[in-house]
Write a protein that binds this ligand. Structure first.
Ligand code: NAP
Length: 287
């Protein structure tokens, strides 16, 4: 008997679709129903064996589920919760995969009128720049971290079941507070996306941009890969983790100002000092 009898994935894209595929491969789920707006994406998900069936109506789709995963862009969490609030079975567990946590928790609270005790906020630290069901693959979570940010209200057995779900697909689960999550992810994920989007946009708007991109080498490709990520998803992350992201951007602007100043002053020692410090830090975490 699988740990999850009937899984409902709301938002069958890269993250939700990969989770469904991986749970199926692990034998950890019975049936999977998907929810989304576009029939084409959901038909593709059925064809790829990600889901067994689908609905455009989240309310009816959750009615027989024992595990519901919200895998939509973070700006859509509240309206989805409003749709399912009177239909989610009392003993069903609700979790999410959103890239920001404090705001998602508030949206769930607002959508339900109170925070459901079986809601477990989560965020897999895994992904690619691709989106939609066709981008899903079952190995996505192997050896990757999943951060769960349980609240005072969260039932321990709900937390335990969501932990087992992620561990069954090969992930390493850690818990932390929503605030800590949002600060850390602003620095390590959201800021790098701003740099990639900003760099590519500033170059693309130059008159000789074709020439610039023609001669871009591997390093440029690596650094800017994430600028191919979905614009709506990233709009939502920026809008819903604003304070933490602005803090990370301010610290980065100070660093840029220091580099700029060193170059203007011809201060080569300061440049070597900054680069050496960065290299040591990078070598340490990459090693
Ligand atoms: P995605 O591939 O674009 O999938 C999102 C899916 O949600 C789409 O298939 C979309 O299908 C559906 N959707 C959008 N709005 C909806 C709504 N109101 N109701 C029902 N379905 C809706 O995006 P993703 O990369 O899987 O990201 C999903 C979530 O995971 C986001 O919250 C993101 O922050 C988080 N996350 C992403 C990554 C990453 O690297 N991509 C990593 C960790 C966490 P329709 O347009 O057909 O409705």
């Amino acid at each position: 008997m699988p740990d999850i009898a009937r899984l409902c994935i709301i938002g069958v894209g890269l993250i939700g679709g990969s989770l469904a595929l991986a749970l199926r491969q692990a034998g950890a789920v019975g049936s999977v129903i998907g929810v989304g707006r576009s029939a084409a994406n959901l038909e593709e998900a059925v064809r790829l064996g990600i889901i067994d069936s689908y609905s455009h109506d989240a309310a009816t789709a959750v009615e027989s589920a024992d595990m519901v995963v919200l895998a939509v862009p973070v700006g859509s969490i509240r309206p989805v919760c409003e749709q399912i609030r009177d239909h989610l079975p009392a003993d069903a567990i609700l979790t999410d995969v959103g890239s920001v946590k404090a705001d998602v928790v508030e949206q769930v609270r607002a959508g339900f009128g109170e925070l459901p005790a079986r809601f477990v906020p989560g965020h897999p630290i895994a992904g690619t720049e691709k989106s939609g069901a066709a981008a899903a693959f079952p190995e996505l979570y192997q050896g990757r971290r999943v951060l769960l940010t349980p609240l005072q209200e969260t039932f321990p057995e709900a937390l335990a079941k969501v932990r087992r779900m992620w561990e069954s697909v090969g992930a390493e689960v850690e818990t932390m507070t929503v605030e800590h999550h949002d600060t850390v992810l602003a620095a390590t994920s959201h800021l790098p996306h701003m740099l990639a989007f900003g760099l590519v946009d500033s170059l693309a708007r130059q008159q000789d941009s074709d020439e610039i991109f023609r001669y871009a080498a591997g390093g440029f490709r690596d650094f800017t890969r994430i600028a191919s990520s979905d614009p709506v998803m990233w709009r939502d992350i920026c809008m819903h983790n604003g304070p933490a992201l602005l803090g990370a951007m301010s610290r980065f602007e100070e660093e840029m100002a220091e580099l700029r100043d060193a170059i203007e002053q011809g201060d080569s020692d300061r440049l070597v000092e900054i680069f050496s410090r960065a290299k040591a830090a990078r070598d340490k975490f990459a090693g």
